[in-house]
Ligand binder design. Structure first.
Ligand SMILES: Nc1ncnc2c1ncn2[C@@H]1O[C@H](COP(=O)(O)OP(=O)(O)OP(=O)(O)O)[C@@H](O)[C@H]1O
Ligand SMILES: [Mg+2]
Length: 479
């Protein structure tokens, strides 16, 4: 038994907790917080900027003292057996008692905040919890115990969230990865995992990370952005979005290119909305992020090697296996290695409407990267053959970019039209033209058509009865 409640409920009483609590009587009281220093520490409402979190130095000191008194008092093994609500109750009782014994002056709100933080430390992901609870954060980046950055509205900012020390941070990393059956420690210091809510997690620990465990979380958005949201955010114009709609519906093979965090996966997810409900779709990802709405979807995920270095299943294994699963469309979350070859082959052999994303800064660079992935994958094919294969498979490249003001835009829709000799010919259908900045530093610009009235996929669009829609969207782009 542990804690005050356990004590009062069990007879005869004298349990470890009580002895400890009495022992604390003789300790000097914690320095009382200056009135008002803690009151600002109430968790910020989800939509407010993080500046609302003003946990002060005093707060952290008080919390550390109360926390260590709590840890001395409770039996963590028994606490772990309780359901979360009862465990919280238990912690609440003991913390309240410690606060009163140590004569810490706190308002009710401050006390609630402290309780919340301590419960998060003991039962959840500690200081990460308030960040995980916020929907406006897209990334959380923890560089050792005392530097936690977040990305909000495309801007990276330093928070004053911090962990007690690197040991606590490492402990939380362990807690996260162990939930999906993985392990991270000095002997296997790199680990990819997922939170239960689907957020993508990467941990790299010392000795590889020199300044303490480094944790990166791409927060899972419950309400995935739709193409209409991207139009609302000015990421793309309405006419541009209509063109993307036609491209998706008429089963063009699409490559989404962009830098890190530029919105590639989000865009891919948007485009999957145009897949018919009766199509059999297979998705291959390193960490499942896509959320397809269709009923006939098979989701596959790669697997890292186990501790003996065995059992790994990579993206190429998945894509090759896909081909034996009678897919109509194959969707590869991120193409980054020799699976490029298998994806192109699939696109070439009747799996129209397949899609993938790739890291590159322009459509041309994306083509170059595809080629080098195939070359480096050990396929000894002449350059010309590889390029022919690319031309025969990829119909459209959509470029996503995160601009310097933090906004994400679709900056190009480019078609692969053919080749001359061994040079791949492409043409832009839409580009984003920057027109300067407004007075708040936000980039202004326009999505413009390039005057193409009959793209190469015209016939395809016509086959699906979409030529009118395409022609209207292209006209709208020129306006
Ligand atoms: N057009 C957009 N407007 C606003 N936010 C966006 C937009 N596109 C994506 N985001 C947000 O940006 C974050 C990163 O998006 P996403 O995961 O799609 O990027 P990515 O390019 O796939 O990143 P990575 O290279 O890490 O895989 C997400 O939180 C997403 O919700
Ligand atoms: Mg991605």
């Amino acid at each position: 038994m542990f804690g005050k409640r356990a004590v009062s409920e069990s007879k005869p009483a004298p349990a470890r907790a009580v002895e400890r609590v009495h022992a604390m009587d003789s300790m000097p009281p914690v320095v009382a917080a200056k009135p008002g220093t803690l009151s600002a520490a109430v968790p910020p409402p989800a939509s407010q900027p993080f500046a609302a979190d003003n946990r002060s130095e005093d707060y952290y000191q008080i919390k550390a003292t109360i926390f260590s008194a709590l840890i001395d008092t409770i039996d963590l093994a028994q606490l772990a057996q309780l359901d979360p609500d009862s465990a919280r109750e238990e912690i609440r009782d003991i913390v309240n008692e410690i606060i009163s014994i140590k004569a810490v002056v706190m308002s009710i709100a401050e006390q609630e905040q402290l309780l919340q933080d301590i419960c998060n430390d003991v039962l959840g992901y500690g200081p990460l919890e308030p960040l995980l609870a916020r929907d406006d954060i897209s990334d959380i980046m923890v560089n050792g115990a005392s530097r936690v950055f977040i990305e909000v509205s495309g801007k990276v900012q330093l928070t004053n969230v911090r962990f007690r020390d690197n040991a606590q941070l490492m402990n939380i990393c362990q807690r996260i990865v162990s939930q999906v059956g993985r392990r991270v420690d000095e002997s296997s210091p790199i680990c990819d995992a997922r939170l239960l809510d689907g957020s993508r997690v990467n941990v790299i620990a010392p000795p590889l990370a020199l300044d303490g465990p480094t944790l990166t979380i791409r927060k899972f958005k419950k309400d995935k952005l739709k193409l209409s949201d991207l139009v609302r955010f000015n990421s793309i114009s309405e006419a541009g979005a209509r063109i993307l709609g036609v491209i998706g519906r008429c089963r063009c093979n699409i490559l989404i290119s962009g830098g890190t965090g530029s919105g590639k996966t989000t865009l891919l997810n948007c485009l999957t909305a145009y897949i018919d409900v009766d199509e059999r779709v297979i998705t291959c990802e390193d960490a499942a992020e896509l959320q397809l709405q269709q009923p006939h979807v098979v989701r596959l995920e790669t697997r890292p090697p186990n501790l003996e270095g065995q059992g790994s299943i990579n993206m190429r294994d998945l894509v090759r296996n896909c081909l034996r699963m009678r897919p109509e469309r194959i969707i590869v979350g991120e193409v980054r290695g020799p699976e490029a070859f298998d994806l192109l082959q699939a696109m070439n052999t009747g799996h129209d409407g397949s899609m993938g994303t790739l890291h590159a800064n322009s459509p041309r660079e994306a083509l170059g990267r595809l080629e080098s992935m195939i070359t480096m994958g050990g396929f000894s094919l002449p350059t010309k053959t590889i390029r022919e294969m690319i031309v025969g498979s990829i119909d459209v490249i959509v470029q996503a970019e995160r601009l310097r003001d933090g906004s994400r835009r679709i900056t190009q829709i480019t078609e692969v039209v053919g080749s001359e000799g061994d040079v791949i010919i492409t043409q832009d259908l839409m580009t984003f033209q920057m027109q300067g900045e407004d007075d708040q530093g936000r980039i202004k610009g326009r999505h413009e058509g390039t005057g193409i009235v009959r793209p190469k996929f015209w016939e395809r669009a016509a086959y699906f009865g979409l030529e009118r829609e395409l022609s209207e969207a292209l006209d709208a782009l020129q306006v």
